[in-house]
Design a protein around this ligand. Structure first.
Ligand code: CA
Length: 725
């Protein structure tokens, strides 16, 4: 346990007894659209009701303006655990990210304060869970049928339907797995209703006699909005797989209408009895459809309409099992007497398109996937039947859970506790947020363009860096987001205001080119060096860790002899990468280079490439460095940091880059606290009395040569000795 956790735990012990602290059951599903919960009152509410979720809403509060930071699985989960936007927790996409489990999360803080913590079901953050007394997770996306689970002791194969099993395991832990003298947090996380939408056997015939209403925008042509909308690959019309999505067997018999090559993996997992029931439900309908298309009786848009019905029925069938299992868990809480002192939350990592804009899937900042369901029951605190319009986001969950448990919220968490909203019948405090920030950084899957933006009560501004285009939506007049008004003169002032809000929120949430972690894996040497350094870091035992760019990497080149003499016996690790800017360092540190690193001292010098490559605003560069310091403090609270001023560049003091670096340094110097973080500016050592940088010291006016490393080591040595004491 690190010092912060220990302090918090000790402070808590004085504050309250275990009996007063509520338990928390966090029920979380995957891709659950608001329109598929009847309590939200959407168009499906009478055809596909969710009585158990509705029960939660009627006994507690339902939030109608609940949003995610990034509408995909891993990032939403990482934001929930950390209370931070994804560039700060490092999990920005599902393609490249591994959750850095060494960072502070709410389960760790609650556990340190005496809570029992359990995680069951979908995790999808690549690294193993940390901060849980008990966990049993699905590997990656997991399976609906006869799923495998990962436990700390290895893999377990379980027979049955995933949504049922996850609930069984959750109830099992409540009954037999926990230390009943302590309050608990149980995260019960379903795979459903994620693609490929495989219903339970008992629900295969559900909705057979129903025709679900199509959304108005099922045949959206994507005009009037950024051109990237036309390039996505997530339409019901053109991007449904024959086997995986639409549940046909064998190769596509209608290849012009269905993608081929991805069979239904769930069918392959089924027992013979399950397969029999499955085929009985699907096969006659499938064969009739194939014959009708081949005979020309179903064609054109009607094929899309058929796909929509197949998709929406399977999706809603999966939700039926979620709803039943929520009911089962609520019943268990009632029967066991836990309900009274247990907060129950239902949410989902993001919403989903149920045919709106012709889509399935998520990713976009449009309403259907930006929205997360959020319902919470807290007996005695939340007035039953509360509906709240407070604008909330998944970064609020961690602060909320901490405050519920009577714990302080770390300043680095960006969300805000919802407890005051809960206590005020859903009304937000006066100074509550009136806008949220969203960022999708792009992935290979579905080819949705990167974009970020701001949503206020009435407007939504989106920015597409790929096309350098703004889109603006008036949600009051155009709730379906069918036409951007960014070029409409009537909205010129709104556009300017929204751009202002966008800039403010990016500043508030510390978003800039210097702070959003970025890798350089497309450069082979960089990728190899990162992998080698991460492996070296994992071997552990380093007393000093140097972090920086080419100037630090140069200890392995022109500075090698000096390095060996000064740092050879200190077991030092060199994490200097030529050409790196602050954002690259942030990425590296959250993706393996800090694993098993717990030195006495970090030596940090970074930022001159932010200056040289982009002439970044010194405030941005300094903030990038600040986030690196914060990260080091969070991961290794005992370690000290020697923060070096960025070395001077340009020959003369009035050189443009020299002046930018000077401005960076004047900001960096304020980050020192004199003990844990020490500031050392060696610029003077490299310059003449008149501030001239000579070719003898730095031939390219940027990198020291051999003697420069001697100057550096000599100047740093007394401070290092003191800090290593
Ligand atoms: Ca999801």
């Amino acid at each position: 346990m690190n010092r912060l956790l220990a302090l918090m735990a000790a402070a808590f012990g004085l504050a309250a007894s275990a009996a007063e602290r509520p338990n928390l059951v966090f029920i979380f599903s995957d891709d659950h659209a608001l329109d598929a919960i009847s309590a939200y009152g959407g168009p499906l509410k009478d055809l596909a009701p969710t009585p158990n979720l509705d029960r939660l809403a009627s006994q507690g509060a339902l939030f109608t303006r609940s949003y995610c930071t990034n509408s995909i699985c891993g990032p939403s989960r990482a934001a929930i655990l950390t209370g931070k936007h994804n560039h700060l927790n490092g999990f920005q996409d599902n393609d490249n990210s591994t959750f850095d489990g060494s960072q502070t999360t709410f389960p760790k803080l609650l556990r340190a304060a005496g809570y029992q913590t359990a995680l069951i079901g979908k995790w999808h953050l690549v690294s193993q869970p940390q901060g849980f007394d008990h966990w049993e997770i699905l590997p990656g996306q997991g399976s609906y049928y006869n799923p495998n689970f990962i436990t700390p002791d290895g893999s377990v194969h379980r027979k049955g339907y995933c949504t049922d099993i996850v609930t069984d395991l959750a109830i099992d832990w409540l009954e037999k797995g926990r230390d009943k003298s302590k309050p608990f947090v149980l995260m019960c996380q379903h795979k459903a209703p994620h693609r490929n939408w495989s219903p339970a056997i008992r629900h295969l015939d559900l909705f057979d006699d129903v025709t679900f209403p199509e959304p108005d925008s099922l045949f959206d042509d994507y005009s009037g909005r950024d051109e990237s909308l036309k390039k996505q690959e997530m339409t019901i019309a053109r991007h449904m797989y024959w086997g995986h999505d639409m549940k046909f067997h064998g190769p596509s018999q209608l290849p012009e209408h269905f993608l081929d090559g991805l069979p239904n993996g769930e069918y392959q997992r089924m027992s013979p009895e399950q397969k029999k029931a499955w085929d009985k439900a699907y096969e006659s309908e499938n064969q009739a459809f194939i014959a009708a298309v081949k005979a020309g009786k179903i064609q054109g848009d009607d094929i899309t309409r058929w796909k929509f019905q197949r998709y929406i029925k399977d999706y809603l069938r999966c939700i039926r099992a979620v709803d039943e299992n929520v009911g089962r868990l609520l019943d268990h809480l009632d029967k066991s007497g836990l309900a009274e002192n247990t907060v129950v939350i239902y949410s989902s990592d993001q919403g989903f398109y149920l045919g709106e804009h012709g889509w399935y899937d998520k990713r976009w900042m449009f309403e259907e996937s930006l929205a997360m369901p959020f319902m919470v029951r807290w007996p005695g605190v939340i007035r039953p039947g509360t509906r709240s319009e407070a604008m909330i986001q998944n970064i609020d969950y961690a602060p909320t859970f901490l405050e519920m448990a009577g714990l302080p919220v770390p300043a680095a968490m960006q969300g805000r506790s919802l407890v005051p909203v809960f206590k005020a019948s859903g009304t937000a405090p006066e100074d509550w947020r009136d806008a949220i920030y969203y960022a999708y950084t792009g992935e290979g899957t579905h080819r949705v363009a990167a974009h970020d933006g701001v949503r206020t009560e009435r407007y939504k501004l989106m920015y597409f860096p790929g096309t350098k285009t703004w889109n603006l939506f008036d949600l009051e007049k155009d709730p379906g987001e069918m036409k951007s008004v960014h070029a409409d003169p009537a909205y010129a002032q709104v556009l300017e205001e929204m751009k202002g809000r966008y800039a403010e929120l990016r500043k508030q949430y510390l978003v800039s080119a210097a702070t959003v972690p970025a890798h350089r894996k497309n450069e082979a040497w960089w990728k190899q060096r990162h992998e080698a350094k991460a492996a070296e870091a994992r071997r552990g035992g380093h007393e000093v860790v140097f972090i920086g760019d080419s100037i630090t990497q140069g200890w392995e080149g022109p500075g090698k002899a000096v390095w060996d003499r000064f740092y050879g016996k200190r077991k030092a690790l060199n994490l200097g990468f030529s050409g790196d800017r602050t954002e690259h360092v942030l990425w590296r540190l959250m993706n393996g280079e800090m694993e098993n690193v717990d030195p006495k001292l970090f030596v940090l010098m970074i930022g001159t490439n932010n200056t040289g490559h982009r002439q970044d605003d010194p405030a941005d560069t300094a903030l990038g460095v600040k986030l690196i310091i914060d990260l080091l403090r969070d991961r290794c609270p005992e370690a000290k940091i020697l923060l070096l001023g960025v070395f001077p560049r340009d020959e003369k003091p009035d050189g443009r880059l020299r002046q930018i670096n000077d401005a960076v340094n004047s900001r960096l110097s304020t980050y020192a606290d004199g003990t844990q973080v020490r500031w050392l500016d060696l610029s003077g050592k490299f310059l003449t009395d008149h501030g001239i940088l000579t070719r003898e010291v730095m031939p390219d006016f940027l990198h020291p040569k051999g003697p420069g490393y001697q100057i550096w080591a000599d100047a740093m040595e007394p401070v290092m000795v003191e800090m290593l004491k």
